[in-house]
Design a protein around this ligand. Structure first.
Ligand code: FAD
Length: 294
């Protein structure tokens, strides 16, 4: 089923996985995917060299593996270092693998420098892909604005360009305060950005991980979240459970407010994904039931 159809039918629940680091082989990710399959995911996306890492060699392979398990997959594709000919080769590879969904990105700038490609912004990549194939394009968005944007007006204008270029769905960067998401949704409505927006939620299971993420992504850490981390940072199990509870609280609120979907950043931890799925699965709106009732 196409992603568009999935979004039309229900509040979506999807997952993100990343390729193993340093050529560790994809066996561990296979196990993660097998576990996630039990949660009946609407789709799973696979990162490509995220947070400046260059672990991308297995991205397409993993996206294809996900499809072989009967689950819709999305491959991330950052363009920062890519030449047009390279993108064409990648599109050909994706066609052969039967992968139709691409999360088109500019990419994080690696700290140790990078080779300049042919694309300045994600919207340039989206336009190029649209000219060269019939792919479903997804794009990234930032409830607290992207750190490169001077202000939220500039940020939403760039997002509008990206959607007009051909992005059919959006997935947000992680946020820890839902009010940022609701304010962002209002800005999108004002700017006539009408595609489904999935809320990206990261369950936080250790303090170091979230400190790294929030400082890298420039995401605000609410006071109550900070208190929770400080209280449980030396108790691994308590920290994990508190992180899961915090994510569930965010998700219940988002679902109740009618969010189009939740995209869970699993950090390749199926146990955490399972706990969250169990807590919220019965809450997701089935739009086909809703239509039947009407
Ligand atoms: P863009 O949309 O190009 O935006 C970048 C900046 O340029 C913004 O400030 C924007 O306002 C501005 N801008 C955009 N278009 C224009 C324009 N036409 N004119 C003027 N200004 C403009 N990174 C990876 O490397 N690999 C991954 O797998 C990955 N997965 C991600 C998944 C999600 C859901 C998210 C939210 C991010 C992900 N990232 C990933 C991170 C992403 O690559 C970075 O946030 C990157 O810095 C910006 O990418 P973008 O596609 O949003 O860029």
């Amino acid at each position: 089923m196409s992603l568009r159809e999935i979004f039309n039918r229900k509040q979506v629940f999807s997952y993100e996985v990343f390729p193993p680091r340093k050529n560790a082989g994809i066996d561990s990710v296979c196990e993660t995917i097998k576990e996630l399959k039990k949660l009946n995911p609407d789709f799973i996306s696979v990162t490509y060299g995220a947070i400046g890492a260059r672990n991308n060699t297995d991205t397409f392979k993993i996206a294809s593996l996900i499809k072989s398990y009967g689950i819709e997959s999305i491959t991330h594709l950052p363009c920062l270092e890519l030449k047009k000919e390279e993108v064409l080769l990648k599109l050909e590879e994706l066609r052969k693998l039967g992968i139709n969904n691409i999360l088109a990105l500019r990419g994080d700038k690696p700290e140790d420098g990078y080779r300049k490609g042919d694309f300045k912004y994600a919207s340039d990549l989206i336009t190029f892909i649209k000219e060269h194939g019939d792919f479903n394009i997804i794009a990234a968005c930032y409830p607290e604005k992207h750190s490169d944007s001077k202000n939220i007006v500039e940020d939403v204008k760039s997002l509008k360009i990206k959607v007009d270029a051909g992005a059919n769905q959006l997935i947000t960067q992680l946020f820890l305060d839902n009010d940022y998401f609701y304010a962002f949704k209002e800005r999108c409505e004002l700017a006539d950005i009408n595609v489904p927006i999935e809320a990206g939620i990261m369950p936080v299971v250790n303090k170091r991980q979230i400190e790294k993420m929030t400082s890298f992504c420039k995401v605000e850490t609410p006071k109550k979240f900070l208190k929770m981390m400080n209280r449980y940072e030396h108790n691994k199990i308590a920290m994990r459970d508190a992180g899961i509870a915090y994510a569930i609280d965010q998700i219940v609120d988002l679902i109740t407010q009618g969010v189009d979907g939740i995209h869970l950043y699993t950090m390749n931890n199926p146990y955490v994904a399972k706990r969250i799925h169990e807590a919220i699965n019965n809450l997701l709106l089935d739009k086909t039931e809703f239509l039947k009732e009407a």
